[in-house]
Design a protein around this ligand. Structure first.
Ligand code: FO1
Length: 339
């Protein structure tokens, strides 16, 4: 007679895992998780706040970075777009006086053209994403946080900036005073996103080492997401994008300074206070204390090689499994039926 522990459904490694990801750092950990989990176990919820209309095309950078990374097609120098690219389109566009500040390689362009015409035909972003990711060889589920439009705006002393204009057009130069996620109030979380959070077999929710403000907060701003995370029975683990007072990549540290937030791993834990049960930091930051009662795990969080990504993914899952056996304050409150 098969015992519970041996039945495939209940074996640890077959239980579903949910990762929240945006940007390049998030995609790295998503790849590590994809390597250590069986097909079908991993769902990566992608930030869509970076999406924008450009040259009449619907561009979804964080979805595309995940698709290319999980499909092993990514350009590892830039972190975005594809390797083995050609640039005839951009060269010709420039010669015609078109906008060339946002670089679209010829192969990448085909993805934007196909997605744009399917969106115009009425297909949802999530259905298109699933089909194109499959065709490009990404085996794990990439799920937009919502099929409704949410657009991050970067607030500055000189007014709001559309995200890509700030991030690419102005290379993150303007000082930020805040962020606005236009459309979030009317957006619904993707039903499968909520469905995974409610799955009683869910093993862990992992907040990837992405920029908290521009990659994770847009996901948390979609109505119903925070409540679903708080009610989730599985351990919620975040990995610090700050190592020893600096960001691994991108404008996270600069934004924290401009917002008057100490550039420390502890500030990131405080940013997620009330949501997370565990926080993984670089050993150099292990002495940190956070406002929230969060369990700390210290290990190398810098991911250079595929082995680093696999090692961090393995450690994150082991940390979650350990916490699952020791209900945290957040989960304890929920498990006692608190509101
Ligand atoms: N980032 C840049 O710094 N310069 C670019 O020209 C650029 C083009 C681009 C094209 C497609 C795509 O999916 C991403 C692209 N990115 C570019 C990166 C993108 O701005 C960022 O990856 C995210 O929006 C922030 O994580």
């Amino acid at each position: 007679m098969a015992t519970l522990s041996s039945s495939p459904d209940n074996r640890q490694e077959n239980r579903p895992v949910l990762a929240l990801s945006g940007g390049i750092g998030g995609a790295k950990l998503a790849l590590g998780l994809a390597h250590v989990l069986p097909d079908g176990a991993l769902t990566v919820v992608a930030n869509t706040g970076d999406d924008f209309e450009h040259l009449g095309l619907s561009v979804s950078p964080d979805i595309d970075t995940l698709t290319y990374v999980l499909g092993d097609l990514d350009n590892q120098q830039t972190g975005w777009g594809r390797r083995d690219e050609t640039w005839s389109f951009m060269e010709t566009l420039g010669a015609l006086g078109g906008e060339t500040w946002f670089k679209l390689g010829d192969r990448d362009l085909a993805l934007h053209v196909e997605r744009s015409q399917r969106l115009r035909a009425g297909e949802t972003l999530s259905a298109i994403t699933a089909d194109l990711a499959r065709r490009l060889g990404a085996r794990d589920r990439i799920l937009p946080m919502s099929d409704d439009p949410v657009r991050t705006q970067v607030l500055t002393a000189d007014g709001p900036l559309d995200f890509q204009r700030y991030f690419v057009g102005m290379q993150c130069a303007p000082a930020v005073t805040g962020f606005r996620f236009a459309g979030a109030e009317n957006a619904a979380p993707h039903p499968d996103f909520l469905g995974v959070l409610r799955d009683t077999r869910l093993r862990a929710v992992i907040i990837c080492p992405s920029n908290p403000f521009i990659s994770i907060d847009p996901i948390l701003a979609v109505p119903g997401v925070r409540a679903a995370l708080t009610a989730c029975a599985a351990p919620i683990i975040a990995i610090s994008p700050i190592i020893g007072g600096e960001a691994v990549k991108g404008p996270t540290a600069k934004m924290m300074r401009e917002l008057g937030i100490a550039v420390t791993a502890a500030s990131v834990a405080d940013h997620y206070a009330g949501l997370i049960d565990g926080f993984i930091v670089d050993p150099g930051d292990a002495a940190m204390t956070s406002r929230a009662p969060v369990a700390i795990d210290a290990r190398t969080v810098l991911m250079r090689s595929l082995d680093d990504k696999i090692a961090l993914a393995t450690a994150t899952l082991a940390f979650a499994d350990r916490l699952a056996r020791e209900p945290s304050a957040r989960r304890k409150g929920r498990m006692m039926g608190a509101a």
